[in-house]
Design a protein around this ligand. Structure first.
Ligand code: FUB
Length: 313
């Protein structure tokens, strides 16, 4: 009976391991958390690289939990190529709720009309999808931002919605860009600007705590490691000014990349990230075979974030 119930609901119970990494049914990367009432949804890219492939990511998956112990896998919610103008690469995504709908922002590889990475927006009536392209074209394409050192600076979108409903898109590799979104969530509302951040690489995530905005990101500090680690800055508003606050976690473990998501759920702040420590079906973890994990996050009384230790608990 349980099997049929799960089959018909489209959700599968993932055996609770009670520790990190969170999921052992797939390699998962680039976590993005969304809290809807009593449930936390965790959106991830599906790492499908075999052998020495760098990244092979065809789809996004979502998992949900009500207690941070037992997780349900809801399966794929969208493929990169569901954006008809995209050719591959379900890179980092985030889902936010606005106007009673769920909006997925994600980086994908654009077709040859705009070579390089681009950001698409898709919409669903449910946090577990399915999501469909909300524009029919890229929201951000490679010709809209200053040409960086490469054609894939337009990746890693994060969206932050203010209490008054104003939504901001923040993204980028090598440069951290931001722009306001129109209330329809599918168009920019103003210019693309940049946030100067020390040692910035990628993976921005915005959250707010006690009236302060926190921008947490993957950074490179060769004095500490040749792998990415996590730094953060704080500001009184999204438009800044941003003050660098230091490194809180890292470096990445056997995955070169690390990618943060921070949310408060049932009164507790959590820090999600990924590592390359899971072995699954005989395939060893690594750059293209990552696994998401979670830690508690604690603030000092002055609002700074305490260093985060990666655990297997
Ligand atoms: O998963 C592909 C890329 O690796 C992401 O866009 C980056 O943040 C890094 O995690």
């Amino acid at each position: 009976t349980a099997f049929f119930a799960m089959a018909f609901s489209g959700a599968a119970q993932v055996a609770p391991k009670g520790g990190n990494p969170l999921f052992t049914d797939a390699f998962t990367a680039d976590p993005a958390a969304l809290v809807v009432k009593d449930t936390l949804y965790l959106y991830v890219g599906h790492d499908q690289a075999t052998g020495d492939e760098m990244f092979t990511m065809r789809e996004w998956l979502v998992y949900s939990t009500e207690d941070m112990k037992t997780w349900q896998a809801h399966g794929p919610i969208m493929k990169a190529t569901d954006f008809k103008w995209a050719v591959r690469d379900s890179w980092a995504s985030q889902v936010v709720e606005s106007n009673g709908k769920f909006w997925l922002y994600a980086a994908v590889e654009h077709d040859k009309t705009h070579p390089g990475k681009a950001i698409g927006v898709a919409v669903s009536d449910s946090p577990t999808g399915p999501f469909v392209d909300a524009r029919g074209s890229a929201l951000i394409s490679n010709d809209m931002t200053p040409q960086g050192p490469h054609t894939w600076d337009d990746i890693d979108p994060t969206v932050y919605i203010e209490d008054d409903g104003t939504a901001w898109l923040i993204w980028g590799n090598a440069n951290c860009y931001y722009a306001r979104l129109k209330p329809n969530m599918t168009e920019l509302d103003g210019p693309i600007q940049q946030i100067p951040l020390p040692k910035y690489v990628e993976g921005p995530w915005i959250h707010k705590h006690a009236q302060t905005y926190y921008l947490t990101y993957a950074s490179m500090d060769k004095a500490v490691s040749n792998d990415e680690l996590i730094s953060y800055a704080t500001a009184p508003s999204i438009t800044g000014p941003w003050t660098y606050r230091g490194e809180i976690s890292g470096p990445a473990e056997n995955s070169f990349t690390i990618h943060p998501a921070i949310v408060e759920f049932k009164g507790q702040p959590y820090f999600f990230y990924h590592n390359g420590k899971l072995t699954l079906n005989g395939e060893k973890g690594g750059l293209g075979r990552r696994a998401v994990a979670v830690e508690h996050l604690y603030y000092n009384t002055d609002g700074t974030i305490k260093p985060i230790v990666h655990t297997t608990e």
